[in-house]
Design a protein around this ligand. Structure first.
Ligand code: GLY
Length: 374
């Protein structure tokens, strides 16, 4: 049942991309305004998602134009690796989905080198005392001691580097950061902190910040989805039960916090009215994490999480997609970028589209998607 649904849905995605890919072109789309994607600077954290979508479309159709656009975006980002100062914790989001996909499909040597450089930069952000990979750049004390849940999704770049290079040191650092995620980010009830501040000198825990959530103790849904999928991937690569348990805890919290239509509100702990924004990107990313968790568990438990992922993807398709709206370039609407700052609320988000396509692809039975099968 799932496979047939996913095959039909993938056809809709591909039909949409056939129209939007030439219009978006070799640029850096992030969020839509009036139905059109914007164009960000080469170092923007979301710049891997458009190539990631195009490589999936190329894998599905073999159409050269998708490959060409993805290659051009990847090449345009070399300036970021060359200039170093603009690289931050999001190196995994950026290069694993662009260069990583390219290398996996074409064995392009330049892509391999880009990935190794990005992995070295990411690894070098590790704070040995606090056992975390620091977020962002800046010489102030707060930034030096700051770690964020989003970084869970950048760890696969380090697993990739260890698997490819044969040198475990990348993985050891990923593992140390993943342990810190379990200890300091995932709360007892399965909700998740967005930002945690450590003393950059001693590594001592200092405090939690609200970040993109409504408050320090609220439950930002995309943060939960980063943790859910990130922990599922940590289990895949590190094979330590504690990541599977952490993933299940977040997954159960995420599922029980969902509204009737299975698409998360932007924060699970804000008042829910018909106007409260959803975040379709959190929903799509969580669906991928649930499918990864389902694969790891198998059996009845696996079937339970797979069904929930299907229900999320089905609702996104039926209630939040632009398949019948040629005026909007995004596949999904209803994404929320940063609600506390009122930036990109109820828009299309390129990462929402990426995880939605990956989720449908997974449900179709594809196992060799770049993000996690490194
Ligand atoms: N990584 C930033 C965000 O999730 O919005």
């Amino acid at each position: 049942m799932y496979t047939q649904w996913a095959e039909e849905t993938m056809e809709k995605i591909l039909a949409k991309l056939e129209k939007t890919a030439p219009a978006i072109g070799a640029r850096f789309p992030h969020a839509t305004k009036g139905g059109e994607f914007d164009n960000r600077i080469p170092s923007w954290w979301t710049n891997g998602f458009w190539p990631g979508i195009l490589w999936m479309a190329y894998q599905e159709t073999g159409k050269e134009e998708y490959k060409k656009i993805a290659e051009s975006v990847e090449e345009q980002m070399d300036v970021v690796l060359d200039e170093y100062d603009l690289v931050d914790h999001d190196a995994g989001f950026i290069w694993l989905l662009s260069a990583g996909a390219n290398y996996k499909l074409t064995k392009n040597e330049k892509s391999r080198i880009r990935l190794m450089k990005a992995a070295c930069f990411l690894m070098s952000r590790f704070n040995l005392k606090g056992r975390f990979i620091r977020a962002w750049n800046g010489d102030d004390r707060l930034t030096q001691g700051l770690a964020i849940i989003d970084c869970s999704m950048n760890l696969p770049l380090l697993y990739w580097a260890s698997n490819t290079d044969g040198d475990g040191r990348f993985r050891y650092i990923a593992e140390a950061h993943a342990e810190t995620v379990v200890k300091r980010f995932i709360r007892e009830d399965g909700s998740v902190n967005h930002m945690v501040v450590f003393d950059p000198e001693t590594g001592e825990f200092e405090k939690v910040l609200g970040g993109q959530g409504a408050a320090p103790d609220s439950a930002w849904s995309r943060g939960a989805s980063w943790a859910l999928y990130g922990m599922a991937l940590a289990y895949r690569h590190l094979k330590d039960e504690k990541y599977l348990q952490a993933c299940r805890k977040v997954a159960d919290f995420f599922i029980e916090s969902l509204p009737e239509d299975y698409v998360a509100h932007w924060d699970f702990r804000v008042e829910r009215t018909p106007e409260t924004p959803r975040d379709t990107s959190a929903a799509a990313c969580a669906a991928c994490g649930l499918l990864e968790l389902a694969d790891s568990l198998g059996g009845e438990d696996g079937a339970y999480y797979k069904e929930k992922a299907y229900l999320i993807l089905k609702s996104l398709t039926e209630n939040y997609s632009n398949f019948d709206n040629d005026k909007d370039q995004a596949i999904l609407f209803g994404g929320t970028g940063n609600k506390p700052r009122e930036v990109d609320v109820n828009v299309g988000l390129i990462y929402g589209d990426y995880y939605y396509m990956e989720g449908v692809s997974r449900l179709k039975g594809k196992k060799d998607i770049y993000w996690y099968s490194v």
